[in-house]
Write a protein that binds this ligand. Sequence first.
Ligand code: CAA
Length: 283
Amino acid sequence: MQINKIMVVGAGQMGAGIAQVCATAGLEVLLHDVSEASLQKGITGIEKRLQRAMEKGKLTGEARQAAINRLTPSSTLKDVKTCDLVIEAAVENMEIKTKIFRDLDEQAPEHALLATNTSSLPITEIAAATSRPEKVIGMHFMNPVPVMKLVEVIRGLQTSEETYQAVKQLAVQLEKTPVEVNDYPGFAANRILMPMINEAVYAVYEGVSSPEDIDTVMKLGMNHPMGPLQLADFIGLDTCLYIMEVLHEGLGDSKYRPCPLLRKYVKAGWLGKKSGRGFYSYQ
Ligand code: CAA
């Protein structure tokens, strides 16, 4: 199946990153958001990043302009009528996602595939909200999308082989490396990453070492680009807690229990970089 035109739903950090990568790779992209302000912020961010890439010599002026020309803002899901694929990157809330998928299922052409960038919600359940579960799939990009090479391609229970192959091929076209994952809590990336972050929080909680030193251990000892606590601040402590809860509930094993210190920080509004305070201060 040839994918020429896509809609990205949600113009936040992930959605804008996905739209940027798709437009740069030659796809026609409709970037949709319910908020006009978010849409404008998303488009401006993409233009700035493409400008920076051009200044660094990673993109010609022509390629930058062509990518911008392939990108169109959209304020209504009805625009999906002309698309071959949708990548949904809205908030991580099952009620909102199932509503979006129900609407997309009604409006999208029969052949269109519906992908979600969810990091933790079950693909199988999202697919069940539509009349085309065989065409629903997970396409989980990593943050920052333009930099990170991985895409988890997640098969729901009813995802067809044809859908899987089309999305896998698209990930390669986007110059990403796809990995095949089945639909279980946290998929593969967060099943492994989040317990590591949670364990780093336990190490602070139990007084093993300071946040700075724990991060140094993992940066210099394991060659990670960021320490786990700096990464947790970057992802958002509320998101980390939410994913730990998904793992704990979905897998039923006490080894996934969220650290009380992580809960305490989230309750205090210390959400990491976005709130100005997490394990580090960003004032
Ligand atoms: N958007 C686009 N490009 C960005 C960027 C952003 N938000 N942040 C950094 N970059 C680019 C920079 O422009 C720079 O590009 P060039 O090489 O072309 O100059 C490059 O990335 C490196 O940036 P810096 O030199 O400023 O900083 P760095 O070397 O520390 O790299 C980083 C920054 C890429 C974020 C690096 O620290 C890193 O890899 N961190 C770990 C990221 C990670 O683990 N992400 C996964 C998060 S988990 C997730 O996404 C899944 C989930 O469901 C929670």
